[in-house]
Design a protein around this ligand. Structure first.
Ligand code: SF4
Length: 267
């Protein structure tokens, strides 16, 4: 099945619009803003306009859905790499409505909606959300403990097929155990982790990733190690600067590409 995303954990990316505004330390070196600037779009900041798309762009997921149906293999779509789906701006509402309709029209795709604004999810869900659309996974970024504490109750307060965390760029050690343990209520179903890349990439301590992996293993929650980024451990285990490709994505001698069971069952 053709993939058109370089992001390891998805098959496709879809952006209902481009543009956003920074909300937390994870945004400090926003790659999407830099990419948009490279293409000549000044779409970042609370007052900047957003970039919108026409029908050809919006029809792409319908083609992916047809491919998925033909192959009998579900596909994952990351939404959004160049925006935040739940950003609060009135002109985005009509595009968000269109997105919900598109999601309903593409049942062979699993839509991964990743946000740094989980406090805004509940009031922006469609009225027929109910227990959650079966093909929508809701996720939030956790770069440090403060954001875990601030964001995860909002994320887990909304029903969804899967709740997930993207711990990238990981900027400190984080303890997620209270949100991984099924005995404590609704829990996270997937954790993705990775280090930062780019000229100003901040180092992550390798022990933070090991600890997160072990927390997931201890609670039987799938763990995906996306990348080291530009900092990876040397022979002494200390983080040193590398090229992103040179740093790779092996953690303690192997890759971690675990996925929620729902994906396997739905294929
Ligand atoms: S929320 Fe995401 S897209 Fe928006 S500024 Fe932060 S990193 Fe960039």
């Amino acid at each position: 099945m053709a993939r058109d995303s370089a992001i390891e954990w998805t098959d496709h990316t879809f952006n209902p619009w481009w543009g956003c505004a920074a909300v937390s330390p994870a945004c400090d070196h926003c790659y999407a803003e830099a990419l948009a600037k490279r293409f000549g779009y000044r779409t970042w900041g609370a007052k900047a306009p957003r970039r919108f798309f026409g029908d050809a762009h919006w029809s792409e997921p319908l083609k992916w859905n047809a491919q998925a149906v033909k192959s009998g293999m579900r596909m994952r779509v990351f939404c959004a790499s160049m925006a935040d789906v739940f950003e609060k701006r009135v002109e985005l509402d009509v595009h968000r409505e269109r997105l919900w309709e598109l999601i309903k029209d593409t049942p062979a795709l699993d839509w991964l909606l990743l946000t740094k604004r989980p406090q805004l999810i509940a009031e922006r869900l469609p009225c027929d959300w109910g227990a959650g659309y079966v093909n929508v996974w809701l996720g939030t970024t956790v770069e440090n403990q403060m954001e875990a504490t601030r964001r995860l109750p909002h994320l887990l307060g909304v029903p969804a097929a899967v709740h997930f965390v993207s711990a990238e760029p990981l900027l400190s050690g984080v303890d997620l155990r209270q949100w991984l343990d099924p005995r404590l209520g609704r829990r996270l179903g997937w954790v993705i982790a990775g280090g930062e890349s780019g000229p100003r990439a901040r180092p992550s301590d390798p022990s933070w990733f090991r600890d997160l992996r072990d927390q997931c293993l201890g609670s039987n929650v799938p763990f995906h190690f996306k990348q080291w980024g530009n900092w990876a451990p040397n022979a002494d285990g200390q983080a040193t600067r590398h090229s992103k490709a040179g740093a790779g994505r092996a953690l303690d001698g192997r890759t971690w590409d675990q996925l929620p069971m729902v994906a396997a069952l739905a294929q």
